[in-house]
Design a protein around this ligand. Structure first.
Ligand code: NAI
Length: 335
């Protein structure tokens, strides 16, 4: 059955990497139909709104979106569109794989294959509870962790581990100091872990986890953590495998899921045709997994690996001289 997905081309390099990604998806003959919707600066210019209602309606209807990066204008009155999308659709699980790829500059060639599962809706990222005193001498922010939010994210991590043949889940926390919020997350994680005796459960304090990731990343498999720690730890993990050009992310909820590259709209190289499309392509592979098209997802990942191995038409960030389009064509030939 053909699945209609919402396509958001986004800003900056967004349209270039989306064209490249759709070219490869078409070569894969994935059973997909595309519905275009606008968000970001391009939507502000066309519709007077960074996130038009029509885009929200399209995602609600199709339940799946593939999204290029969006530029959030700097200045008062503009809040992050990505955060708004996560809140609107309650996309509670931010799933970010980090895997070593051939011929990429990294300190750990071939050794890293882990997934960060970040809670995406609560923690320190609340818009309420942010105050600055009138004299700007004191600022406060509040953090909220709930049993429901912790339970569903930890359960998601264990189910992901079980369904993908992974062996260990590490809960990353700071419960030794932040006893209320991080303490609640950890105690719920322990309760949930008891339901998954087939998966090894490990607890690690976030500062130690960061050091261990840099020293011996191969010891990790699935990491699960709260919003702020997950934001930082998942970028650290992207750095372990050669940076943001190869880092995809999925934002998954019960009623909708949005797949994307982790990097931004890269205004410095926009329009030059040299952006690396791999992160969005890997996001598309996560989307195919989510849709149950696992063979297609694996073929897509294998084609990316084979193209990197052959150093065929790599973009400048990967040390080549290829363009986005020619690199995508090289990947499409191998799917
Ligand atoms: P950025 O990720 O866009 O760029 C950082 C550096 O990485 C730049 O030198 C850029 O050229 C390079 N880069 C990024 N993606 C690349 C790719 N695919 N191929 C080759 N090089 C690549 O981060 P920056 O400059 O901080 O943000 C630019 C804009 O992107 C901002 O407006 C920000 O709000 C937005 N942004 C959007 C995100 C999203 O929609 N998911 C995520 C992060 C930032």
């Amino acid at each position: 059955m053909t699945q209609t997905i919402t396509i958001i081309r986004g800003d900056g390099i967004g349209p270039e990497i989306m064209d490249a990604t759709l070219h490869v998806l078409n070569a894969l003959d994935a059973k997909l139909a595309y519905e275009e919707a606008d968000a970001g600066l391009v939507a502000l210019e066309k519709h007077g709104d960074l996130l038009p209602q029509g885009t929200l309606d399209s995602i609600r209807k199709n339940r799946i979106a593939l999204k290029s990066p969006l530029t959030t204008p700097v200045g008062e009155g503009f809040s992050s569109i990505n955060v708004a999308l996560r809140r609107h659709f309650d996309l509670y699980a931010n799933v970010r794989p980090a895997k070593s790829f051939p011929n990429t500059k990294t300190r750990f060639p071939g050794d890293v294959d882990l997934i960060t599962v970040r809670e995406n809706t609560e923690g320190a990222y609340l818009s309420e509870g942010q105050t600055v005193s009138p004299d700007r001498d004191v600022a406060t922010s509040s953090t909220r962790i709930t049993r429901k939010g912790s339970e569903r994210i930890v359960r998601y991590a264990f189910e992901l581990a079980r369904n993908t043949g992974r062996e260990k889940v590490t809960a990353v926390h700071k419960a030794n100091i932040i006893k209320s919020t991080s303490g609640l997350f950890l105690s719920v994680a322990r309760e949930v872990a008891a339901d998954y005796r087939d998966i090894q459960f490990q607890e690690m304090i976030v500062d130690n986890a960061c050091m261990q990731l840099v020293m011996r990343p191969e010891q990790f498999d699935v990491l699960v953590t709260t919003n702020l720690f997950g934001d930082i730890v998942s970028d650290l993990c992207a750095g372990l495998v050669g940076g943001l050009g190869l880092a995809p992310g999925a934002n998954i909820g019960t009623d909708a899921a949005i797949f994307e590259a982790v990097h931004g709209s890269a205004p410095d190289i926009a329009g030059k045709g040299v952006a690396n499309p791999c992160a969005l392509l890997l996001g598309a592979a996560q989307m195919l997994d989510h849709l149950g098209q696992v063979d297609n997802a694996n073929r897509l990942r294998a084609a990316i690996i084979a193209t990197l191995e052959a150093k065929d038409s790599l973009t400048p960030d990967l040390g080549g001289t290829g363009s986005t389009q020619v690199f995508a064509q090289a990947i499409a030939r191998r799917v």
